[in-house]
Ligand binder design. Structure first.
Ligand code: FES
Length: 152
């Protein structure tokens, strides 16, 4: 049986109805068609599904949508300001912070949270904070460079 759910996603309020077992990730991708958030492992190991819930970084594959009732979600689609990319998106382009791009939305959502939460003090601190976001292409050093660029 479906359960009612209210969410604000990227500034837009939604009244939804979901199966209790639906993850936040599947809700975003399948019901709201926000496919920027990626499914890599679907069990909390890769970070491709990273979004912000009330400003906090979250692996959306590990959250049941029903637990987020009344919360504000930001996905990669909500970062840019109209045609103007978010500074972190600009920095990923400038520093080649990706190759295939599959992990990039999650990397960028984590990178924004890294600075906002004050974990970008040193290269080591950035690497530690970003360690839950796996990149199979190995773009790690460019991702760190992008974060350091935005921070400075
Ligand atoms: Fe959520 Fe991998 S899909 S951590």
């Amino acid at each position: 049986e479906k359960v009612p759910l209210k969410l604000e996603v990227n500034g837009v309020k939604h009244k939804l109805s979901v199966e209790p077992r639906t993850t936040l990730l599947d809700l975003l991708r399948e019901q709201l068609h926000l496919t920027g958030t990626k499914k890599g492992c679907d069990y909390g190991q890769c970070g491709a599904c990273t979004v912000h819930v009330d400003g906090e970084r979250v692996n959306s594959c590990l959250r049941l949508a029903v637990m987020e009732d009344g919360k504000k979600i930001t996905t990669i689609e909500g970062l840019a300001d109209g045609d103007k990319l978010h500074p972190m998106q600009e920095a990923f382009v400038k520093h080649d912070g990706f190759q295939c791009g599959y992990c990039t939305p999650g990397q960028i959502m984590s990178a924004v949270a890294c600075i906002r939460e004050g974990h970008a003090g040193s290269e080591g601190e950035i690497k530690e904070y970003m360690s839950g976001n796996i990149c199979r292409c190995g773009a790690y050093s460019n991702i760190v460079a992008a974060i350091q660029d935005v921070k400075n």
